[in-house]
Write a protein that binds this ligand. Structure first.
Ligand code: FAD
Length: 385
């Protein structure tokens, strides 16, 4: 058994854990990051990399704005390429009650200075000439929204943290956490004991297992989501703008964006129950084709290349769980991002650093405490796709 120590142990090496380790190391905190598999191997490497400010909850808008700014400057801090592009988001709307909701969201975005607008179906068709506008009543265009490479983000934060002195351990999961008199004393893997007084739970959909080790209930469930990449668009690209936005057909959940001359495309199959299974549904492409044929007719002429399935890290109200546990002492958690963890990771790194150091974070995150479910303070985020 190897023995070592760290001021803080971050559990989980996805984009969130890596960002937290970076921000702590930058503040001269002695931090160890433990990843049971490889960095980014969880949900992070399966994500589409969309960075949006389209949220019904002001807190999410503030967190997204802060994060997009951090991704814009990522090549300087932590110093890594993340393929950051500002191509915007386009949400296609075909139901009156969705339009009402998105009108409210645009109002909130505009209150934060975000230049989003409700536009006509015709204008949506000019912004993304790939769409069929049939059945649409409006669209939300948020041109300042962006995208990045999730792998670039996790690697950038991890390398940045390592340069600043963080220890990064891969290939060994946390199997136990010791406590004495309500305080954390050590974290165990199969071959190591790391003495510490503080743990940060950033284990994505596996966070409930870590919570159980210390009696903390973390209500996060895994939901399978698939994505495929089409064959190259070739001559179908002619007449398309260089900067096609991430486009979401809200009523069907179909979403797509360009990816290296092809399309990265997926939809949320709400019929799939919660679970850790990530085998690809043999009927997924057939179901996708049915939806896409109607909204993106071009896909009729394209083959499908590779695809994959990953897990959405879903909380009961589709909002993140962020904060410090009441008990035991010095247990912080950052999980349950409900499909928007890549876009929130930079700001979350800052927030957890500040909670650890006893500083005020840039936003009040007390409404995101895990206790909200026990205290009937759930706050449902409606812009989930
Ligand atoms: C198909 C798909 C598309 C998505 N698209 C987007 C998008 O466009 N934009 C966006 O913002 N988000 C998107 N998401 C969501 C996003 O991927 C997640 O919210 C985000 O990756 C969560 O990051 P994380 O670091 O919390 O979790 P993860 O990346 O899952 O990392 C948790 C890590 O903890 C490790 N771990 C687990 N147990 C232990 C243990 N006992 N000890 C040590 N380590 C452990 C795991 O191996 C894993 O690497 C998408 C997700 C999917 C599946």
């Amino acid at each position: 058994m190897q023995e070592s120590s760290a001021e803080v142990v971050v559990i989980g090496g996805g984009v969130v854990g890596a960002s937290i380790a970076f921000h702590l190391a930058e503040a001269s905190v002695d931090v160890a990051l433990i990843e049971k598999s490889e960095l980014g191997a969880g949900s992070t490497s399966k994500a589409a990399g969309g960075l949006r400010t389209i949220f019904s909850d002001d807190l999410n808008i503030e967190i997204a704005l802060r994060s997009i700014e951090a991704y814009r400057n990522f090549s300087a801090r932590p110093g890594h390429e993340v393929d950051f592009k500002v191509h915007g988001y386009l949400i296609l709307i075909s139901r009156e009650d969705d339009l009402e909701n998105f009108r409210r969201i645009v109002e909130r975005q505009n209150a934060f200075g975000i230049p989003s607008r409700i536009i006509s179906p015709e204008e949506a068709g000019e912004i993304n000439p790939m769409i069929s506008t049939e059945g649409l009543i409006a669209a939300l265009h948020s041109p300042a929204d962006a995208q990045c490479s999730p792998e670039g983000a996790v690697m950038g934060y991890a390398q940045g943290a390592r340069k600043l002195g963080a220890k990064i351990l891969q290939g060994e999961g946390v199997m136990g956490i010791d406590q004495e008199a309500n305080s954390i004393t050590a974290v165990h893997t199969a071959s190591r004991k790391i003495s510490t007084s503080t743990v940060v739970i950033a284990a994505g959909v596996w966070s409930p297992e870590i919570g159980e080790m210390i009696g903390l209930d973390i209500p996060v469930k895994p939901y399978k989501r698939e994505i495929v990449i089409t064959d190259s668009l070739g001559s179908h690209w002619s007449g398309m703008p260089d900067s096609l936005p991430m486009t979401i057909d809200f009523s069907s959940t179909l979403s797509w964006r360009p990816e290296g001359g092809a399309l990265l495309i997926g939809f949320s199959d709400e019929r799939v129950p919660a679970g850790f299974d990530t085998t690809r549904d043999p009927r997924y492409i057939e179901k996708l084709a049915e939806l896409a044929l109607h909204r993106i007719p071009i896909t009729n002429q394209l083959g499908i290349g590779k695809g994959w399935a990953g897990l959405y890290d879903t909380s009961p109200d589709n909002n993140a769980l962020l904060g410090e546990a009441n008990s035991p002492n010095r247990v912080l958690y950052a999980t349950g991002f409900s499909g928007h963890g890549v876009m929130q990771a930079p700001a979350v790194g800052e927030i957890i650093r500040d909670l650890y150091l006893g500083q005020e974070p840039f936003v009040d995150i007390s409404p995101l405490s895990v206790d909200r479910f026990k205290e009937a303070r759930a706050r449902r985020e409606s812009a989930v796709f």
